[in-house]
Design a protein around this ligand. Structure first.
Ligand SMILES: Cc1ncc(COP(=O)(O)O)c(C=O)c1O
Length: 396
């Protein structure tokens, strides 16, 4: 039997223990089941599994014990009935869309979601007859105003990457449910350790496990979380047929990542706040954005939804793209890469990387200016990161 730990157990205990199902070998660490298929004791047993009359594994595109252990553990952290692991964060979003949308449906999405998510809605899903409107993340009246009779989904990332604006999850859930829609929240930036959107009324959570859940920049993966009916039936149905499955090896890496996630998210948040406050003192900077600033304009919302600011800090340089690139090229310790959630701090220029495929107008709407630089603060000493960023300021 898998170890079920309800919310009477602390988050740390669930992160380390939940979902484990020891084999007869008595292993301490969870095994990796590197097998594509599973063997049945008889033809009749095979038929019973395939027909669904008997539960159990058939083929690793459908289910795999290592992936299931990861799914149970993440579900225990998010407070979800069910979790389905996917090949990437984008596969998680696509699986949700394929499971819930059809030709003629309409989605309302926040400006400034991850660039590929916006492209998925505006280009790929548009080819299948799904329309999408974009609204400012924090403007509930705009969300309400964008609803149409055929709206089926509200999609949001909070806090926004990279500007740290915070969406009112409960407010959006009320709007969605009043209109018979689903609210889907991308929880990649906070993870379940800092925020649990389902508790505030979201219907489904998607996450890129590639980021903080891995925590060391090794594997690509994702997950969808929600009710048994939506996720265990509809999303799993799409995932196992379309084949956006998580590999057992990646699931094992993510499972190990979950064991330290609560400690790491606290450390990312502490360093990010220290760095963001230091950046505010630098004269070359026009503005610093961090969801965890004590004077953040949405602090009340933060306190009701989040237990930490996370690791993303962004700042705007006065000199536009030229200054931003010069600044980035001058750092020596921090890695120039668009990934986030790594123990190693990363730096990127959103306008030409993560949000580079958006139209210029969509970038303006999302607040992604040419002078914006994003740092995903890792686990190095904040003092050393400041020293490295000094090289950037010296180069301007
Ligand atoms: C907020 C957010 N959601 C989803 C994704 C997509 O995840 P993946 O790269 O694992 O497909 C990313 C990737 O950067 C992201 O930042």
């Amino acid at each position: 039997m898998a170890l079920e730990l309800d919310e009477d157990y602390g988050l740390g205990t669930r992160a380390v223990r939940a979902g484990q199902q020891r084999t007869g070998e008595g292993e301490q660490s969870e095994p990796i089941f590197t097998t594509s298929s599973f063997v049945f004791p008889s033809a009749a047993a095979a038929a019973a599994r395939f027909s669904g009359a008997e539960p159990g594994n058939i083929y690793s595109r459908f289910t795999n014990p290592t992936v299931q252990t990861f799914e149970r553990r993440l579900a225990a952290l998010e407070g979800a009935e069910r979790c389905v692991g996917t090949a990437s964060g984008m596969a998680a979003i696509l699986a949700v869309c394929m499971a819930t949308l059809k030709h003629g449906d309409h989605v309302v999405c926040a400006h400034g979601v991850f660039g590929n998510t916006a492209v998925l809605f505006t280009q790929q899903l548009a080819r299948f007859g799904v329309e999408c409107s974009f609204v400012p993340l924090t403007d509930l009246a705009a969300w309400r105003g964008a609803l149409r009779p055929n709206t089926r989904m509200l999609f949001v990332e909070t806090p926004a990457n990279p500007l740290g604006a915070i969406a009112d999850i409960a407010g959006l859930a009320e709007i969605a449910h009043g209109a018979g829609c689903l609210l889907v929240v991308d929880n990649t930036v906070c993870t379940a350790c800092l925020q649990q959107p389902l508790k505030h009324g979201a219907d489904m959570v998607v996450v890129s496990a590639t980021k903080y859940i891995d925590g060391q920049g090794r594997c690509v993966g994702g997950a969808v979380l929600g009710s048994e009916a939506l996720v265990g039936k509809d999303v799993l149905g799409v995932m196992r047929t379309a084949g956006m499955s998580m590999s057992p090896f990646n699931a094992w890496v993510f499972l190990k990542g979950l064991e330290t996630l609560h400690v790491r998210m606290r450390a990312h948040s502490t360093s990010a706040l220290e760095l963001a406050q230091w950046l505010r003192e630098q004269s070359a900077i026009k503005a610093v954005y961090y969801a965890g600033f004590p004077d953040h304009p949405q602090r009340a919302l933060y306190e009701c939804q989040q237990e930490g600011g996370g690791g993303l800090v962004a700042f705007e340089l006065r000199g536009g793209r030229e200054d931003a690139w010069r600044f980035i090229d001058a750092v020596r310790l921090i890695s120039i890469t668009a990934n986030l959630g790594d123990a190693k701090t990363t730096i990127t220029h959103p306008a030409t990387t993560t949000h580079g495929r958006l139209t210029p107008q969509a970038r303006i709407d999302a607040g992604i200016s040419d002078g914006l630089v994003r740092i995903a603060v890792g686990l190095e000493d904040a003092r050393d990161l400041c020293k490295d960023l000094q090289r950037g300021f010296a180069a301007l």
